[in-house]
Design a protein around this ligand. Structure first.
Ligand code: ADP
Ligand code: XUL
Length: 552
């Protein structure tokens, strides 16, 4: 866990004395590297948090950063039974810590977006009759027709993306319908690839879930619907009518309408926890399950995001997102249905080379220590004396480029930076890119703009200082670096009070305000405004170079 400074808590410790009968609300996050949970009470106080880290606590699945990178370096998957076993482990840990499950009134959760789970024929009957004397991992051994689920880091479905765009009349039309042009990691293209590569496994599938709706299905003991917001990351949903687009379903794979089930509003109460959880863990029979959603939509719910502000999430992926009232889909970035207000939308940009790339540079240049990494940021000047770097360890989404590219102050490509310059170059390069692409989406920093930071790396003050300087705006964080979990717990609570007419924003009035953690340096604008322009120009150079190298 990465609680922000001043809020350090030991994992699995009850933070507050909770009355025996006061209702509790759970928020889970099935993220790339770990499964996390946060518990709040009805006054939105944080009561308990815990996690299971996949690589270190479930080594039998042999993942690296929670995933398997295949030999083609484009296919990326995660074992679905690892997620199931992680849930067994997490709930067992909570039970050992004497967590009182009977107090939980409602639960919700989130999952890494776009990943897909393939339930084998007969799995629904298995889910319906789970034996509380056995763990889920044993019970669901044979319930998946595809053992390794494609996840958001995958970029192996270019052929299917091209075919989908051709079928609907081009990228722009696809973006108009689904909120995004075709992206390799988007679920529809992954489903198409799977159906073409493994037709027998596809035939043997009775239901396809997203990671979020798969996780909700475990709690419900039956298939959970996909919610509009996470459903927007599939290149299948019409984001205006909030129904599956027939044209897109047909262009993707057979029988999809049946395999996906009807999508529902993100605020839906899907049902009650199954008797398995009542008998095995002591959940109340009346505990509600609120629709699970994607981790970025859940983060939006956790951040108290207001119009005009921008959230920068620094998790395994780096994302930038905004609340939108009107959808304005473009060829870059994504528009999703809003997880809180059914009339509204959110805009999102996702960058694959986030925390894992910072970690690689930390290991190479700072002896594996975040303290040394942070010291290098403190000891180097704003603007890095004109040095700019692009660090795409894996194929980036925006721009679609791979490899490391370093430029000195004369824009000459160089092969090496000193360790300290390299540390600043990776962080500055990443944040310049976040700003350049957010500005291309129409976002601009104006007086009063706040940047809200979240995700694992938001516990690092020096990184947040660079974020503040490159955006020339103050940076705020919330108490907990995992806003997806917190947002899920808020959504669970809202699922219990919405019927009494309480709006999500009214409910959040009691939530602590985000805290200011960094103000931009007085010289920030002078240094970074020209650098943003240079970065944008150099990015075009890098993109051109990579296109010429890949064109035969
Ligand atoms: P996810 O939810 O995608 O699994 P998190 O939001 O929990 O990921 O972020 C995990 C990442 O946080 C790690 O990969 C690590 O690189 C980063 N991180 C943790 N602590 C620090 C720190 N002090 N400085 C910078 N990055 C950090
Ligand atoms: C968003 C995206 C990632 C995943 C994993 O489009 O691909 O942010 O949700 O966190």
């Amino acid at each position: 866990f990465n609680p922000s400074p001043g809020h350090r808590v030991s994992v699995c410790v009850f933070l507050m004395a909770v009355g025996q009968n006061s209702p509790l609300f759970l928020g889970f996050d099935f993220s790339t590297q770990q499964l996390k949970v946060v518990t709040i009470d009805e006054d939105l106080n944080l009561v308990h948090q815990d996690r299971v880290h996949f690589d270190s606590e479930l080594p039998e699945f042999r993942t690296n950063g929670g995933v398997h990178l295949h030999a083609d370096r484009l296919t990326v998957t995660s074992p679905v039974l690892m997620w199931v076993k992680a849930l067994d482990l997490l709930l067992d840990k909570m039970k050992r810590a004497e967590f009182n499950f009977s107090q939980v009134s409602a639960l919700s959760g989130s999952g890494q977006q776009h990943g897909s789970v393939y339930w084998r024929r007969g799995a629904s009957a298995t889910l319906d009759q789970l034996d509380p004397n056995q763990n889920l991992h044993n019970l669901l051994q044979d319930s998946f027709s595809v053992a390794d689920s494609p996840v958001w880091m995958d970029s192996s479905s270019s052929r299917q993306c091209a075919a989908l765009q051709a079928a609907v009349g081009g990228a722009r039309l696809l973006a108009e319908i689904s909120g995004s042009r075709a992206y390799e990691r988007f679920t529809g293209n992954q489903i198409a690839k799977l159906q073409q590569s493994f037709p027998d496994q596809y035939q043997d599938t009775e239901r396809i879930s997203l990671v979020s709706s798969f996780a909700a299905s475990l709690f419900l003991g039956g298939y959970a619907a996909i919610d509009y917001s996470d459903g927007s990351g599939m290149n299948l949903l019409d984001i205006r009518t909030r129904t599956w687009s027939k044209v897109l379903l047909e262009a993707t794979a057979p029988h999809l309408e049946q395999l996906l089930g009807a999508p529902v509003p993100s605020t839906s109460v899907l049902g009650l926890v199954s008797s398995y959880f009542v008998q095995r863990y002591g959940f109340s029979e009346s505990c509600r399950v609120v629709a699970f959603t994607g981790d970025n939509p859940a983060s939006l719910a956790g951040m108290k995001l207001q119009e005009g502000n921008i959230t920068v999430s620094l998790g395994t992926s780096d994302t930038v997102f905004l609340w939108l009232q009107q959808p304005r889909p473009a060829l870059e970035g994504h528009v999703f249905c809003n997880p809180i207000d059914p009339e509204d939308y959110m805009a999102l940009l996702c960058f694959k080379n986030g925390s894992l790339t910072r970690e690689r540079v930390r290991d190479k240049c700072a002896g594996g220590s975040w303290e040394v990494f942070s010291a290098a940021l403190r000891d180097t000047p704003l603007g890095n004396k004109g040095n700019i770097g692009f660090y795409f360890d894996t194929m980036e989404i925006t721009p679609p480029v791979m490899g490391v590219h370093r430029f000195d102050s004369d824009d000459t490509e160089v092969s090496w930076f000193s360790p300290e310059v390299e540390v600043r170059a990776v962080v500055e390069g990443q944040f310049l890119s976040r700003r350049v692409h957010a500005e291309r989406l129409g976002y601009s920093v104006v007086p009063g703009t706040r940047v809200l930071a979240t995700g694992g790396a938001s516990s690092n003050r020096e990184i947040l200082q660079v974020l503040s300087d490159t955006f020339n705006a103050p940076v705020y964080t919330i108490d907990l670096s995992d806003s997806a979990c917190l947002g899920s717990a808020y959504r669970a609570l809202h699922g219990s009070v919405a019927e009494f007419g309480v709006s999500f924003s009214d409910m959040l009035k009691k939530a602590p305000e985000p805290q200011l953690v960094a103000n931009p340096h007085p010289a920030a604008q002078e240094v970074y405004d020209p650098m943003v322009k240079r970065y944008s120009r150099l990015e075009d150079t890098v993109l051109q170079k990579s296109r010429t190298q890949t064109t035969p």
